[in-house]
Write a protein that binds this ligand. Structure first.
Ligand SMILES: COc1cccc(Cn2ccc3ccc(-c4cc(N)[nH]n4)cc32)c1
Length: 234
């Protein structure tokens, strides 16, 4: 199955990075196909205007609905199709989680709508909901300047879960936040040299005693989780 990813943005150059590294490999081996689009290609005025002042007043500018609607018509089509998943990154979205990434990794088509300014005219999202499966997603409780960085983060979290993408899928299953895993933070990792700047790898990890190693790692994960993410231990 090839996943098609479309990105709609006034800064389509953000997505050139998808040609690099693992994602680039996924494109080369046909696992994903990536298309970035400049929203301004669907404007018709000399200044290629995509924004206007907010109705009801307030600071900043709002993205006009017209270019989005015409871009949807051109990129996705005018017929409803619930198999198309349209993602609007937004600070007011539901938190994006590993389980959402897991679900999206089985989808054949995803369209990212990357807003800028103070956001997109709400009728764009309402229209999209009548046509496709829509997700308004937040990366976390902090404000970015637009949806592009969020779209890249969501892309990486999703694409790495596509079967055949990662060299060693077993490592995926072991990761914290993977399904079936207890929600614990990863234990500290070490590699050679055993002694580095006066600091040694914990002896237990060099003991070859797999039972003790597993026990040490679990204890470290529990301590770290209790200290940094008590919310995960509920
Ligand atoms: C209330 O919405 C906003 C208030 C001030 C500034 C902006 C800027 N902005 C525009 C489009 C856009 C898309 C996503 C995000 C975003 C997502 C997350 N997790 N943080 N920030 C921010 C965005 C939006």
């Amino acid at each position: 199955m090839t996943m098609r990813l479309d990105y709609l943005s006034i800064f389509p150059g953000y997505f050139d990075v998808l040609d690099i590294s693992l994602l680039g490999k996924a494109v080369d081996n046909g696992l994903v196909e990536v298309h970035a689009h400049d929203l301004r290609d669907w404007t018709h005025d000399r200044h290629r205007t995509v924004d206007d002042t907010p109705c009801g007043g307030g600071a900043g500018m709002v993205m006009k609905p017209d270019p989005w609607g015409e871009a949807f018509d051109g990129i996705i089509g005018i017929e409803p199709d619930p198999s198309v998943h349209v993602i609007f990154p937004t600070p007011s979205g539901i938190p994006f989680t590993q389980s959402a990434a897991q679900e999206l990794s089985t989808v054949e088509r995803v369209v990212f709508c990357c807003g800028r300014y103070e956001g997109i005219d709400h009728r764009v999202i309402d229209y999209a909901r009548t046509m496709w499966t829509v997700h308004e997603l937040s990366l976390g409780d902090y404000v970015l300047n637009g949806g592009e960085v969020a779209a890249l983060a969501i892309t990486e979290a999703v694409v790495r879960l596509i079967p055949g993408f990662m060299g060693n899928p077993e490592s995926l299953a072991e990761e914290s936040f993977s399904p079936g895993q207890e929600r614990l933070l990863e234990y500290p990792l070490f590699t050679r040299p055993v002694s580095w700047r006066g600091m040694d790898v914990p002896e237990v990890l060099m003991s070859g005693h797999h039972g003790r190693i597993a026990e040490w790692r679990r204890e470290e994960s529990l301590l770290l989780t209790r200290d940094r993410r008590p919310d995960l231990t509920d």
